[in-house]
Design a protein. Structure first.
Length: 311
C-alpha cells in the first residue's frame, strides 16, 4: 500500500500544469487519441474473444488509460536521448492525466454497459417472459444432451452458462440459453419462477452442489437433480431431497450420458414406454454423428497421406 501511495503521489506531481496551459490543444488531442485507441482495440479484442458488446466496452473504457510501465519506458528512452525534453513532458503529462481519469471512465463504462444490457434485455425474451418447466444449469455436453431430449417431448426449458462463447453460439441458433452463474443465481428468490417443475445441475463441483441444496431449501416443491462425482456426495444431496445423478461413464461423451436425459424425463412423469423410443432415436442419431466424425477424420488423414506421397 505504501508503494502504491508513493507511486500515485509521484504521478500526480508529474502533471505539469504550466505545460498544459501553454499547450492545451496538443495535450488534449494526444490524451483523446490515447484513450480512444486503447478503448477501441481493447473492446475489439474482448468482443472477438467471445464477450458481449456491453462487457467489452466496459473493459475497454476501464483499461483505456496509460499503464504504469509506460512511465518507465518514457524515462528510459528519454535518458537514452530518444525523446526531447518537450516530448518527455508531453508523454508524461498525458500518461498522468489518463491515470487520473480512471475513476471517471470506470463509472462511465459501468453505466454504459448497464444501459446496453437493459436495452438488450428488453428486446430479448427472458426466462421471466417465457413459461418454462425445466431450468438447466450448464450448457456443456451434458446440458445440450438434456435439452435435446426435452425438445423431443416439447418440454419448455431455459439454460444458463458462464461461458460467453457457448451462450453466443446458442443465442445465434435462437435457443433459450443465457449468460448466468447458477451458483450465484440460486441465492435469489426469483431464480425459480412460477411454473418451473425442475432444476437440473450438470456440474459436480462442491459449489454447484451447495447451490442445488440452496435451491431445494428455497423451493421445496421443485424437483432438483444434481450431477455428483462420488457416492458420498450422492448420499449427502439425497438426504436434502435432491435426486443425485452419477454418470458411470466419462462426461465428455454425449452418447454415454443419455441416462441423464432419461432421469430428467422420468422425474417429469413420462412413462418408460414414452421414453424408450425417444432414447433409442437419440442414441442412433448420436452414433451416426460419431461415425460421420470418424469417417471425416479418416478421410482427411487419407488425403493428407496421399498429398505427402505425391510430393
Amino acid at each position: 500500500e505504501d508503494f502504491f501511495t508513493v507511486f500515485f503521489i509521484s504521478v500526480g506531481c508529474s502533471i505539469d500544469l504550466h505545460f498544459i496551459f501553454m499547450h492545451p490543444t496538443l495535450v488534449l488531442s494526444t490524451l483523446a487519441a490515447l484513450l480512444l485507441t486503447k478503448t477501441l482495440v481493447t473492446s475489439a479484442v474482448c468482443h472477438f474473444s467471445g464477450l458481449s458488446l456491453a462487457t467489452s466496452i466496459q473493459i475497454g473504457l476501464l483499461l483505456s488509460q496509460s499503464g504504469e510501465f509506460s512511465f518507465v519506458m518514457i524515462n528510459t528512452l528519454f535518458s537514452l536521448g530518444n525523446f526531447s525534453v518537450f516530448q518527455n513532458q508531453l508523454l508524461v503529462t498525458v500518461g498522468a492525466l489518463s491515470l487520473a481519469s480512471t475513476p471517471l471512465f470506470e463509472s462511465l463504462g459501468r453505466n454504459l454497459a448497464q444501459s446496453l444490457e437493459d436495452k438488450k434485455r428488453n428486446k430479448e425474451p427472458s426466462r421471466q417472459d417465457t413459461a418454462v418447466d425445466v431450468i438447466v444449469c450448464g450448457y456443456g455436453r451434458v446440458g445440450r444432451m438434456i435439452t435435446q431430449v426435452l425438445d423431443k417431448r416439447l418440454v419448455p426449458w431455459v439454460a444458463y452458462d458462464t461461458n460467453p462463447r457457448v451462450v453466443n453460439e446458442a443465442r445465434a441458433k435462437d435457443l433459450p440459453v443465457f449468460y448466468g452463474d447458477c451458483r450465484q443465481m440460486a441465492r435469489e428468490k426469483d431464480f425459480v419462477g412460477g411454473g418451473v417443475k425442475m432444476v437440473v445441475s450438470t456440474f459436480a463441483d462442491s459449489q454447484t452442489l451447495r447451490a442445488a441444496i440452496k435451491t431445494k431449501e428455497m423451493h421445496p416443491d421443485v424437483k432438483v437433480l444434481a450431477a455428483v462425482s462420488s457416492v458420498r456426495s450422492a448420499q449427502e444431496v439425497q438426504q436434502r431431497g435432491i435426486v443425485p445423478i452419477m454418470p458411470m461413464l466419462p462426461e465428455d461423451s454425449m452418447l454415454l450420458n443419455l441416462p441423464l436425459g432419461v432421469a430428467v424425463l422420468n422425474k417429469l412423469g413420462y412413462s418408460k414406454e414414452e421414453i424408450t423410443p425417444l432414447i433409442q432415436e437419440t442414441r442412433l442419431k448420436l452414433m451416426q454423428e460419431e461415425q460421420n466424425k470418424r469417417k471425416a477424420l479418416l478421410d482427411s488423414h487419407s488425403d493428407g497421406t496421399g498429398a505427402e506421397n505425391k510430393l
